[in-house]
Write a protein that binds this ligand. Sequence first.
Ligand SMILES: NC(=O)c1ccc[n+]([C@@H]2O[C@H](COP(=O)([O-])OP(=O)(O)OC[C@H]3O[C@@H](n4cnc5c(N)ncnc54)[C@H](O)[C@@H]3O)[C@@H](O)[C@H]2O)c1
Length: 327
Amino acid sequence: MNVLLSGGAGYIGSHAALSLLDKGHSVHIVDNLSTGSKLLIPKNAEFTNCNINDESKISDLIKSDKFDLLMHFAGFIQVEESVQQPEKYFENNTNNAIKFFNTCKNNGLNKLIFSSTAAAYGSVREKKLIDEDTNLNPQNPYAESKIRTEKFLFDNQDKFNFIILRYFNVAGADKKMRSGQISKKSTHLIKILSEVVVGKRDGIEIFGNDYNTPDGTAIRDYIHVSDLADIHAEIAEYLLENLESNLFNCGYGNGFSVLDVINTANRIYQNKIIYRFSSRRDGDVEKLISSNSKILKHINWKPKHNDLKEIINSSVKWEEKINASDT
Ligand SMILES: NC(=O)c1ccc[n+]([C@@H]2O[C@H](COP(=O)([O-])OP(=O)(O)OC[C@H]3O[C@@H](n4cnc5c(N)ncnc54)[C@H](O)[C@@H]3O)[C@@H](O)[C@H]2O)c1
């Protein structure tokens, strides 16, 4: 398979590129390095430094090679920033994405996998696990920007074959330490916790301890980034074989509260993680746990890293690595 992959200098895109390359596929990354880094681009991938909205460069690139499909990871991902600057999110995550899809289609590339988010579901009280039929209830412009892009795809099913993947909380790092999270302003719990363990931060702020959950802190379904990366390789084969558009959740179906995660890390790292409570963040929701029965039924994928301790450990090891090299 020859894959055009946007956002491959970022966290999840670089892991997906590694998974594809490890399986013998070819990968050409398009990224403008706005939040990504050249350091995360796998050695064996081709790379073009370019904005996805650059119609002429993208057209030339597609004409110069024969791609089987597009994996679209490029986008902005910070919920709180999206509340402060919604237009920035609609411009990049919706308008640029749609322009990119159309450029690809106009050059004969109409099969794609789109990175969406479980934030599209918002807070779901009545269901224990969120399946793909759950009503959407976005609580922030980030989630809304992704839903608008999904809607474009659903409205254009005659023009594209696509798979939409709604990721739950992605965490952890490549086992061989070839990639991990590098963002210096990440708001992801396990990344921040890892920074505390290696001494880059003094402690963690927990936003909200008055949610309607057993310990009052918000609950999430954490999926290891390498399992998510493998899903992309499998789902690509599925799309190329079946040419059937579809939508899947990506999670394990396990919920952990913020305190569960911190307590687990404190057991491994001798209570190094000091925390304090502060008020809820704008746009955050109470509980997001995935049902993954649909994806398990459709593709040949079994989680290999469904273990919170392993997720935390790999993230801390990566943090130690980038701390030592001052990345
Ligand atoms: N990280 C998560 O937990 C999570 C959860 C749900 C969904 N997602 C989605 O997964 C995708 C990847 O997320 P990530 O965590 O790897 O983010 P990231 O910021 O690490 O990577 C995004 C990459 O896209 C690039 N990019 C952004 N806008 C671009 C543009 N206009 N042109 C070219 N390149 C551009 C950035 O430089 C970066 O390398 C995003 O679409 C995000 O919405 C992530």
